[in-house]
Write a protein that binds this ligand. Structure first.
Ligand SMILES: Nc1ncnc2c1ncn2[C@@H]1O[C@H](COP(=O)(O)OP(=O)(O)O)[C@@H](O)[C@H]1O
Ligand SMILES: [Mg+2]
Length: 256
């Protein structure tokens, strides 16, 4: 069986700035892999390339054996890659459950909020979408708030809602971009448990995480990026004992 995600020799330049220089690594089915490195290392740029928000200058991205680099974001979402954003991006003028229903849209036939929903088949589909959305809200512990405005949720809970919306697209791979940033200790602990629960559903997770303890605790493998270069890859133990990583990062407060 092919690997789930294969990043091969990716380069990305913005004018004179090389954000990614020959980055290669892969993610296995059902794996939790963390991508770590200081601010500006190129982590978000790589997420944008994987999800079709940006096109690499050179190199290829394969998902389930097929090339996806250069495809449009909604096509890539349809193939089974979902993401959350470093700065939470919700539909602020919608309720909590409507945000999750928007995620379901990737897998439904009828336009969710269009007139087509008056047709009987569409009504059945809408009931299924509502049920699935409530189940996902339950999964992230937000079911009680389903009908509140999403903009009114505390920031930490908005991050959970964004994860529920991403899950609604039924991904095989979920990309989380600094999901713990802005969360307090209790919320971070709950997030760690949630990520493990997501993997237990058979979904692989690629995680940008600046909290080293969290990354070490939950990752099967870790990739270290530094100024766009992949300087190390391995199990948490291997990364912890890698001299280059230790001298470059561990114990360095600028770590992000
Ligand atoms: N759209 C863009 N235009 C120009 N430079 C960019 C753009 N996106 C990212 N960069 C630059 O690329 C580098 C990597 O950024 P980024 O991927 O956001 O890093 P990280 O997520 O690891 O903090 C940074 O120097 C950043 O300023
Ligand atoms: Mg970033």
């Amino acid at each position: 069986m092919s690997k789930l995600l294969e990043i091969d020799n990716i380069w990305k330049s913005f004018g004179g700035l090389t954000a990614l220089a020959d980055v290669s690594f892969s993610v296995e089915h059902k794996q939790i892999k963390s991508l770590i490195g200081p601010n500006g290392a190129g982590k978000t740029t790589l997420y944008n390339i994987i999800t079709g928000f940006s096109v690499p200058t050179e190199g290829t991205v394969r998902f389930c054996g097929n090339r996806i680099d250069g495809l449009k974001p909604h096509i890539i979402a349809g193939k089974g890659i979902a993401r959350t954003f470093q700065n939470v991006e919700l539909f602020d003028n919608m309720t909590v459950i409507e945000n999750v229903m928007m995620g379901c849209h990737v897998r439904t036939e009828a336009g969710l909020f269009s007139g087509a929903f008056r047709l009987p088949a569409a009504q059945t589909e809408k009931r299924a979408v509502v049920e699935k959305s409530l189940e996902l809200l339950d999964f992230v512990n937000l079911k009680e708030r389903a009908h509140e405005d999403s903009a009114g949720l505390p920031f930490g809970l908005q991050r959970y809602l964004e994860i529920a919306r991403a899950m609604a697209t039924e991904p095989k791979l979920l990309l989380l971009d600094e999901p713990a940033s802005g969360l307090d200790t209790t919320e971070s602990q709950a997030l760690t448990e949630l990520i493990l629960k997501i993997r237990n559903r058979g979904i692989a997770v690629l995680l940008v995480e600046h909290n080293m303890e969290v990354a070490m605790e939950i990752s099967d493998e870790i990739v270290v990026l530094n100024y766009g270069v992949n300087i190390a890859e391995g199990t948490p133990r291997q990364i912890q004992n890698n001299p280059e990583v230790v001298s470059a990062y561990l114990g360095d407060e600028s770590y992000a």
